[in-house]
Write a protein that binds this ligand. Structure first.
Ligand code: ADP
Ligand code: ASP
Ligand code: MG
Length: 449
């Protein structure tokens, strides 16, 4: 068995789904289990509907709902799914009206709304596969992916999930193409939950590990992992192969092509993950494995995180005192705000966060024992490669190359596979360009193309 996950753009229309059907059909001998995202930008649109309703703009919410309904009916035309689609939209309309009355959007309600995208797309894709002549069956992911109750970011409960996956999927996949929605699951009480934005990749690897698949394929709209984020810098090269650890680090530091948790289940079972392009199926993509062949290149790719906030905390009173870091982190922890990068001196700490929801409250508390200053619109540029730890020249080359860009903070991760700099948002493109030129002008053809 293989798991094949197709992202939103890969299933955005009937035409795109037929292209996917062709790709799947060519691999029927490997017993594909297909995981799909919501069609196109459906998740964003669902959330916009709910936001409008909560903000008291019910008319606007219902107009957006009609657009989304029309899109689904149009792309699923001729599949005999009109009644099913209408049922889902009736549910959405009821939720929308409820939200408008409540004027409040709880995480649990968010999941009820955003899960509709994958609930629908998976039904549409399975039906389109059948029309394409493939024997295909739909499995509601909420029946097999069990999560804890932290709605909008629910972690899978692996023991229950794996037991359900094993009980259901292999028997079906032996005879038919199984199609499931990514991103969604349900709690032990049966309440609909989601794994977090971009979570369909994670679903694919959860399913892959749960059924001992021989490979997990992430089909998307680019040729694979590229040496630079194409939304920042065009002209990056395809990374032919990289390690699980490198892929996880790149994903965590902004390479959206993979959800950060995707490789974790794969690592446990040592299942190779491949990133492939559904619009160029012939491209070999990026293979992610435990130990890739040695490369002469010290770094594999450059990831970026935009709109980062840099927090500088200084307290001369803490000179020679202990407990400073604990006090700081205790505050961030209490407000459930993860810290990404960190640099310390005796009396000061600089750190980056990317959720600013509780920043004012955090600053107010920290101000009780230290001076706090905040710089918004910063970016992290993160060079990732297993060789960084061993190589003496990476930092020298990187900082030599960053001529004219002032690093606001520097960190070489404890994992020894990332070297990150924080730069002002206005300097991001220049920084990535300079580093990319430095590290990828004469690249190792064994590792990149
Ligand atoms: P999908 O809907 O298939 O899950 P995503 O939009 O989530 O697709 O992820 C694919 C996108 O990730 C690409 O279109 C690209 O803009 C972005 N991306 C960011 N960094 C990288 C990178 N290093 N390599 C490839 N793609 C990247
Ligand atoms: N549809 C979800 C999202 O847009 C999950 C995914 O596509 O991976 O976040
Ligand atoms: Mg994605």
């Amino acid at each position: 068995m293989i798991v094949m996950k197709f992202g939103g753009t890969s299933v955005e229309s009937a035409e795109a789904i037929r292209r996917v059907a062709g790709i799947v059909k060519a691999r029927l001998d490997r017993h594909p289990v297909v995981v799909v995202s919501a069609m196109g930008k459906t998740t964003n649109k669902l959330l916009a509907i709910a936001d409008a309703a909560v903000a008291g703009k019910l008319e606007q919410a219902l107009t957006l709902l009609e657009e989304l309904r029309a899109m689904h009916l149009k792309e699923a035309a001729g599949l005999n799914l009109d009644a099913t689609i209408q049922e889902h939209f009736a549910e959405l309309e009821a939720l929308t009206r409820g939200l408008a009355v409540m004027g409040e959007f709880t995480p649990r309600a968010t999941d009820a709304v955003s899960a509709l995208g994958e609930r629908l797309s998976s039904i549409v894709v399975a039906a389109e596969f059948r029309r394409f002549g493939m024997d295909s069956t739909h499995v509601d992911s909420r029946q097999v992916i069990v999560t804890e109750g932290r709605h909008t970011q629910a972690a899978p409960l692996f023991a229950q999930t794996n037991a359900k996956l094993q009980a259901v999927i292999p028997a079906l996949a032996a005879k038919q193409v199984v199609v499931m929605g990514g991103f969604i699951g349900s709690t032990e009480e049966g309440v609909t939950s989601t794994l977090g934005r971009g979570g369909s990749d994670y679903t694919a690897s959860i399913v892959g590990a749960g059924i001992d698949a021989e490979e997990i394929q992430i089909w998307t709209d680019v040729d694979g992992m590229l040496t630079a984020d194409p939304t920042i810098l065009k002209g990056g090269h395809r990374v032919k192969v990289c390690s699980f650890a490198e892929a996880a680090e790149l994903a965590y530091f902004g390479a959206k092509v993979l959800h950060p948790a995707t490789v974790l289940p794969a690592i446990e079972k040592n299942i190779p993950v491949r990133i492939l392009n559904s619009r160029r199926a012939e491209s070999p993509g990026t293979l992610i494995v435990k130990t890739p062949p040695a490369s002469t290149s010290p770094i594999r790719s450059i990831a970026c995180k935009k709109n980062i906030t840099l927090v500088n905390i200084v307290s001369t009173r803490m000179l020679m005192a202990h407990g400073f870091l604990r006090r700081i982190f205790e505050v961030f922890d209490r407000f459930e705000t993860p810290v990404d990068m960190l640099a310390t001196s005796e009396v000061s700490v600089s750190l980056t966060i990317d959720t600013t929801k509780s920043l004012d409250a955090i600053c107010a508390e920290v101000a009780a024992f230290a001076e706090v200053s905040v710089q918004e619109n910063q970016s992290i540029v993160c060079m990732v490669g297993e060789n960084i730890g061993q190589s003496q020249s990476v930092a020298a080359r990187a900082f030599g190359a960053l001529n004219g860009v002032r690093p606001r903070m520097i960190s070489q991760g404890a994992s020894q596979l990332n070297l990150s700099v924080v730069v002002d948002g206005a300097d991001l493109l220049k920084a990535v360009e300079l580093l990319h030129t430095e590290f990828f002008t004469n690249f190792d053809p064994e590792a990149f193309e």
